[in-house]
Design a protein around this ligand. Structure first.
Ligand code: KG4
Ligand code: ZN
Length: 336
């Protein structure tokens, strides 16, 4: 069989990333420019700054990628790009850049959905992994339980009704005075804290669905922090981080495991930026070991946004002849 090489571009938020992957699983190269330092002083991602940084870095990253991997355009089979969901100004940079490349090279464009790309990060970590499996996708923009029925076929079981889990982590991280992105730093800090120190309400459970809601838990935590500040009482940040993290992780796992049990899934996976969370990984490992279920977790490098996962998903879309024309547009919120 002919090997399919795809060059992919990811620019949905604040990481500019380009990669070449062969047959969806063999990485030929990846170059990423993280904008974290550019947004740190604002305490979060500033959309216009993100777009401008994508524009400045994207062409050079592709040049470096081709040089390092010693691959020429005429050796590629396709170009892939994340078209949504994400920050529209950021997405537009990647989409238009890839259109230009397509006109210049004649290569077809494969449009990739960002959430499906996060799931594909698992195929890069586990070459033997095949659908079907149940996947918890947790990131800065998304919180889903998905049935991954085929490589290009996913079904939403549940979603968040308000904030994503990443947003909740980032907001509490910021409130605790941590650097952007708060979720990453909160996780590290929580490792040394007492998770039983702060009492938080049990998050909302909806009847007959496995949907999530994080806004109540987030507001309760903010109120606790404000009250403590007003009374000038001290609780160390490690304990606050650990308490909040424990509540969030228990909530995620409870819905995920309940659905798996009820529907006889024994093959579970996590993906997305928040799947790097140390407690989430540890607790799910324990549960799956106990129940004799399989658990698939992306290597840490592939949890957050990257173009390797986009190129991997693109291989499966390519096989289904899922190509875009030159009028492809960026979509900020696209359902699966
Ligand atoms: O997947 P991602 O890079 O971008 C989106 O698609 O949104 O996810 C970024 C999110 C941020 O909210 C970040 O704080 C969170 O993932 N995150 C974490 C951890 N690492 C990244 N949250 C909790 N614990 C972590 N270890
Ligand atoms: Zn993402």
């Amino acid at each position: 069989m002919n090997l399919i090489k795809i060059l992919a571009v990811e620019s949905s938020c604040d990481d500019t990333s380009v990669a070449i992957v062969e047959n969806g699983r063999k990485v030929q190269g990846c170059e990423t420019f993280s904008q974290v330092e550019k947004h740190k002083i604002f305490g979060g991602v500033v959309p216009e700054i993100a777009s401008r940084n994508h524009i400045e870095s994207i062409a050079n990253l592709v040049k470096i990628l081709l040089n390092k991997s010693k691959i020429k355009f005429n050796e590629l089979d396709g170009l892939a790009v994340t078209y949504g969901p994400g920050l529209v100004g950021s997405l537009l940079v990647g989409v238009n850049f890839v259109k230009g490349l397509s006109i210049a090279t004649g290569l077809p464009i494969v449009p990739v959905h960002h959430v499906k790309a996060h799931v594909a990060a698992l195929y890069l970590t586990y070459p033997e992994l095949e659908p079907p499996f149940l996947c918890l996708v947790v990131s800065g923009g998304h919180t889903y339980i998905l049935e991954v029925l085929g490589y290009a076929d996913v079904k939403i079981i549940s979603r968040t009704r308000d904030d994503s889990v990443g947003e909740a982590f980032d907001k509490i991280g910021r409130k605790l005075g941590l650097d952007h992105p708060g979720g990453v730093h909160l996780d590290k800090l929580a490792e040394n804290g007492n998770p039983g120190r702060v009492k938080l309400p049990i998050p909302l459970k909806f009847e007959n669905t496995y949907d999530f809601s994080f806004s109540g838990l987030k507001t309760a935590m903010i109120n606790i922090i404000n009250n403590l500040n007003q009374k000038q009482e001290m609780i160390n940040t490690e304990d606050m981080a650990a308490s909040f993290r424990r509540h969030v992780v228990e909530y995620l796992i409870s819905n995920f495991v309940q659905f798996a049990e009820k529907n006889n899934y024994k093959k579970l996976a996590i993906a997305g930026g928040v799947s790097a969370n140390l407690l989430l990984r540890r607790e799910l490992e324990k549960i799956c070991l106990n129940k004799n279920w399989q658990l698939f977790k992306p290597i840490l490098e592939f949890c957050g946004d990257n173009a390797v996962m986009v190129a991997s998903q693109a291989f499966y879309e390519y096989q289904k002849n899922n190509f875009a024309s030159l009028d492809l547009n960026a979509i900020s919120s696209e359902s699966l």
